[in-house]
Design a binder for this molecule. Structure first.
Ligand code: PGA
Length: 258
């Protein structure tokens, strides 16, 4: 963490929680965190629960995010959801280019780039995800993969867009596997990403907050967030339990205050 970059913790609920379950979890989180939010916190429930969760978060400092969006504002795209629609539910953030979208739904770099632009155009903060597979890491391709993903989605953006964006480094081999990147592994990639952002955008590029994601838990969050270039966490499984997720948010805040 670096005090000039306020920590942010986002919970990616993925395809979990019916509406009543989502409301119950959000209610617990408001009780745990709502009154004295330790750091910026974003909840990303499934599309179906956005409106209900939004109503619950109204008047609290917790923010709402979606997990995906379409590139167009409206039209004949059956089953899709636009940035404007997300905004109208109360969303302020949207996850873009998550590795599950890239791998399971075949989203290439160009589509992730278009979605990033669409999110910004809709006034949403994109949380742009990059990360290598285990095979790529074993072939020493980590740097080239994340640089390619960054070059596609983020580096071509106009300079004034860069302060409205969050980046997430999520090694694919760490997602949902219980195998977290070591703090040193995370720091190495985060500092590389920050260097590239700085080369392209100068100081505003270096200020981009970079979240770590991949089996982040209340137990390991403190060590990960203690790294200079780790500015927060994108949390999957551990965001489904209010007490654990709240602990991660507190860990993020505690490290910053030190
Ligand atoms: P995980 O997922 O915390 O369950 O590994 C992280 C993510 O996919 O964002």
């Amino acid at each position: 963490m670096n005090p000039s970059r306020p920590p942010v913790v986002a919970g990616n609920w993925k395809m979990n929680k019916t509406n009543p379950e989502a409301v119950a979890l959000a209610r617990e989180l408001v009780a745990e965190l709502g009154a004295a939010l330790p750091c910026e916190v974003v909840l990303c429930p499934p599309f179906t629960a956005l409106t209900d969760v939004s109503l619950l978060l109204g008047g609290t400092p917790l923010r709402l995010g979606a997990q995906n969006l379409h590139t167009e504002e409206k039209g004949a795209f059956t089953g899709e959801v636009s940035g404007a629609m997300l905004r109208s539910t109360g969303c302020t953030h949207v996850i873009v280019g998550h590795s599950e979208r890239r791998r399971l739904f075949g989203e290439p770099d160009e589509l992730v780039a278009a979605k990033t632009r669409a999110a910004l155009a809709a006034g949403l903060v994109p949380i742009v995800c990059v990360g290598e597979t285990l095979e790529e890491r074993e072939k020493n391709e980590t740097a080239s993969v994340v640089e390619r993903q960054l070059a596609a989605a983020v580096l071509p953006l106009p300079p004034d867009a860069i302060s409205h964006l969050l980046l997430a480094y999520e090694p694919v081999w760490a997602i949902g596997t219980g195998r977290t990147a070591t703090p040193a592994q995370a720091q190495e990639v985060h500092s590389l990403l920050r260097a590239r952002l700085g080369e392209r955008f100068g100081e505003s590029g270096r200020r981009v907050r970079i979240l770590y994601g991949g089996s982040c838990t209340a137990e390991n969050a403190g060590d990960l967030l203690a790294q200079d270039d780790v500015d927060g966490a994108l949390v999957g499984g551990a965001s489904l339990v209010a007490s654990g997720f709240a602990q991660i948010a507190r860990a993020a805040a505690g490290i910053r205050a030190r």
